[in-house]
Every structure is written in C-alpha cells, then in structure tokens.
Design a protein around this ligand. Sequence first.
Ligand SMILES: C[S@@+](CC[C@H](N)C(=O)[O-])C[C@H]1O[C@@H](n2cnc3c(N)ncnc32)[C@H](O)[C@@H]1O
Length: 259
Amino acid sequence: MLELDKIHCGDNCDLLGQLPRECIDLVVTSPPYDDLRTYGGHSWDFYGVAWQLKRVLKPGGVIVWVVADATKDGSETGTSMEQALHFKRLGLNLHDTMIYQKLNYLPQNAATRYDQCYEFVFVFSAGTPKTGNMLRDRKNAKAGQTLLTGGRKNADGVLHDKRVLTCAEAGMRSNVWPIAVGGEASDHPAPMPESLARDVVATWSNAGDLICDPFSGSGTTAKAAKELGRRFLGFEINPEYCAIAERRIAQQVLELEAV
Ligand SMILES: C[S@@+](CC[C@H](N)C(=O)[O-])C[C@H]1O[C@@H](n2cnc3c(N)ncnc32)[C@H](O)[C@@H]1O
C-alpha cells in the first residue's frame, strides 16, 4: 500500500494499480478537459483510470468527477458525457449530475452562443452511497416566518389538515452550486475551487475516511481532506505541481498549528 497523506508523483494509472481493491471511500478529482490545457504535455489513459477507480472504490464509495468540454469546429466535444456513460458501463451508478456554476466567469459575448458559466460535477457511486452528510446551508427567503401549510380542499370547500409551521433558517442545497472562482492561493493553471473540494468531501465522507485524487494538481482535494480530518492519497504526474501541492499541504499544517 502506498504511503497515506502524501502526494505521489507519477502516472495515476500506475499508482492506482499499486492500491488494493476496495480501499478508497471517496474520489474527488478533475481530469484535464480535452486538450484545453497541456499541463506540461503529459498524457493520461481515461479507460485505464476509470477501470482502476472502479476497482479501488469501496462498496458504497463515491467518485466526484469535475469536468467540462472543449468546443471544436463549432461543436462541444461531449467528452464529459461519454466519460459519464463509460463509468455507468463499468457498473457504477450515475448518482447525480451536479453543476458547479461559476459566478465570476469571463464574458465571451459570442454572436450566437450564451456565455459558458458552469462545469459538470458527475457523482458516481458503487451502489447506494454509504455516506451522505447533506449540506443544509441554503438560506430560506422566509426564514422565521409563520407559514400555513398542507391543506386539502374537500367538496365542502373547507381547507382540512392545515398546519402552522415556522420556516427554518436554512434548507438543503440544490445540486447546482454557485461558486465564486479564482483567488485560490496556487500557481497551478486550473486549481479546483477550495469550497467545491471541501463541500464534496464533507458530503460524501466521514472523519478518518480515505480520499483519493488521481489528478491532484496543486493538491486542493488533499488540502480539503486534511482540513476535515480525512486521510488522503494524491497522484500527480507533473513534478512542479507535486511540489506546489506538498508546499500547500505543509503550509496548512503550519496554519493549523498556529491556531
Ligand atoms: C485539471 S488539473 C487538476 C487540478 C487540481 N484539481 C487542483 O486543484 O489543482 C489536471 C491535472 O492532471 C495532471 N495529470 C495529467 N495526466 C496525468 C497522469 N497521467 N497522471 C497523473 N496526473 C496527471 C495534470 O498535470 C494536471 O495537474
């Protein structure tokens, strides 16, 4: 077994192959999107990575796959959707197709297409997810107000089964997450928003669980895992990004010690 709580520098397919089957509780990752960025010119094997992820995931484990598509010759590639369907063919559930909405996207002002402002957050699971700590932080517009609910009008025209409730402060989020992007303390060209990594780790894992990011980049998932008391394994092929991630995680330990 590879050493835990560490970023391992190398090809993710090779590194995943060194893990025993069914050892990972949660995968949080974002692969390169088509050929939008090269990250130093390294290649990766989608089919190999997908197969390995299915192999190492525990029953009830979850994979959070953040991805978007390039537009080529006027058409979106649809790569992300092909990937989602392939995970299904491997036997995983497509548990949810979530959207991460970029609040501060760059306006394109194209003549015939609206601005692109989101990425897919595919949530795959090996059977029913064993963990779901659903976040209940959506502010209710009517928080604290008294509401009259229920009610069924019978033939007599009178409302039956009325209930008086006080509206809760907050409710469960929807599966569209608005996030202000940018501002991450990272030299990586495409870091995942910290809040996205933290919130998916909080939702689909518990303290002590093992989280893996096979496209670790600057280590955002590892940072979130550490912050929330989870174990982690990060895999990254580019040594420069491995160094960024290691610095970031070490820095976080210093910050925690200073508290
Ligand atoms: C979209 S970025 C991930 C960014 C990361 N989520 C973060 O927060 O910094 C994709 C990463 O995959 C890495 N990568 C590409 N091919 C790889 C391979 N075969 N094995 C491991 N990592 C690879 C790239 O170097 C890049 O850092």
